[in-house]
Design a protein around this ligand. Structure first.
Ligand code: AG3
Length: 275
């Protein structure tokens, strides 16, 4: 293969390789190794510790599905919290909802936000909206301190390695429950059903113990391991399968639609088996 390629080792035996045009930026932040590269097929791409976080070419699959499923499940979401998500993609989707009065981004690494603003304007453009508050702090600590505060919480974390491990724990989910309003709900990205079945099973069981409604949904994300990604949802009151679509806002999207929302909860037999 000619030229310079970046390969993410997605599992010990599987790599995804992307041909690079150039490296736009590379630094060691206090938390991680950060790079923004220009790729031939997916446009600009953000890497944290050599793991693909997002690309301009396919980010909308993930950001629309992690944001609009919970926001349309809630009949009137006014306050939303994003944990992680320093590239701004989830915030950009949240502020499409006219009911949103305040969207809080809690990102541990200020350098992710700074670099997204500089190199990924298509993704970070929502961060300047007047309804958005950005806090550079530990999301785990933040939810520990909050009570009865948010309608929707979205956990847009890195993989469960290093600092993100705590974002996949039952203790964290209990704190999320407390940080939510009495009819609130939350969603977290929960990795690949093909490669992380045991993790997903454990998370779904933890959520079922904490929330009256616990569900799993799926979406394609071309640059993530296995190409099929999972999202775990815990809700105090509203069921994502019972949305009153007549009352849902009209959204301009490229992946998400009401039919895709409904269909995302249809689980293939191999996924039902891991639960
Ligand atoms: N959150 C990262 C999802 C995990 C991707 N994992 C991987 N490529 N091995 C994405 C941040 C986007 N806002």
């Amino acid at each position: 293969m000619q030229g310079i390629w970046f390969s993410e080792l997605q599992t010990p035996g599987l790599a995804l390789s992307v041909k690079l045009k150039k490296t736009l930026h590379h630094e060691k932040t206090p938390y991680q190794d950060l790079a923004v590269v220009e790729t031939e097929s997916y446009g600009r791409m953000l890497l944290l510790d050599n793991i693909i976080q997002t690309t301009v070419g396919d980010e909308f699959f993930y950001h629309e599905m992690i944001a609009h499923v919970p926001l349309n499940t809630h009949p009137n979401p006014r306050t939303a919290l994003v944990i992680g998500g320093g590239d701004g993609g989830v915030i950009r989707e949240i502020i499409k909802h006219p009911s949103i009065e305040k969207a809080t981004l809690v990102e541990i690494d200020a350098r992710v936000v700074a670099n997204a603003r500089e190199y990924l304007p298509e993704i970070s453009c929502g961060l300047d909206d007047a309804r958005v508050e950005i806090r550079f702090e530990d999301g785990i600590e933040h939810v520990r301190q909050m009570e009865n505060t948010y309608d929707v919480i979205i956990v847009d974390s890195t993989d469960p390695i290093g600092p993100a491990v705590g974002l996949f724990s039952a203790e964290f989910y209990r704190n999320v429950y407390r940080a939510l309003k009495p009819d609130g709900l939350f969603v977290a990205q929960t990795e690949s059903p093909l490669f992380n079945g045991r993790l997903i099973r454990r998370i779904q069981r933890d959520l079922a113990e904490i929330f009256p409604i616990a569900r799993l949904y799926l979406a394609t994300v071309p640059t993530y391991p296995g190409g099929l990604w999972s999202f775990s949802l815990g809700s105090k009151e509203y069921d994502p399968l019972e949305v009153d679509w007549k009352k849902a806002p009209q959204l301009v999207t490229r992946f998400y639609t009401p039919a895709i929302h409904q269909g995302a909860f249809a689980l293939p037999p191999f996924v039902q088996e891991i639960l």
